[in-house]
Design a protein around this ligand. Structure first.
Ligand SMILES: [Zn+2]
Length: 124
């Protein structure tokens, strides 16, 4: 039983035994409990937003700018530390700080699953 439900039950009991003063106090507490519940809900929402931002920043931090290899002829960048093997979407990185790997639905056509940027990988 939640705190709010317990207060509601207590208020019902106070009403049954005809204790108006107690009943009024419990109604006040009920109202305060609702305010606290609403406030907690807003704080939880803010915590979720901040956790999401922390995750994004951790992703951004993973990449050391000196490690990035950008070929201006293609919409991707690679990392020297990975032997330039994995191709990441430059568009998602630049605009959202997201590290998204290109997928290759068929051998030649590569596409970013987040922003749909695509290119033909005949040579790379
Ligand atoms: Zn992308």
């Amino acid at each position: 039983m939640s705190f709010y439900e317990a207060l509601k039950d207590a208020a019902s009991l106070a009403k049954k035994v005809d204790n108006i003063e107690l009943y009024q106090k419990l109604l006040d507490l009920q109202a305060q409990a609702l305010d606290i519940q609403s406030d907690n809900s807003e704080k939880q929402k803010r915590i979720n937003e901040l956790e999401s931002e922390i995750s994004r920043l951790k992703e951004v931090q993973k990449i050391n700018a000196e490690d990035v290899v950008q070929d201006t002829n293609y919409p991707f960048f690679t990392l020297e530390s990975e032997g330039n093997k994995i191709k990441y979407c430059s568009n998602c990185w630049r605009n959202n700080g997201k590290i998204v790997q290109f997928s290759s639905p068929n051998g030649v056509h590569r596409m970013c699953p987040m922003c749909n940027t695509s290119y033909l990988s005949r040579t790379r």
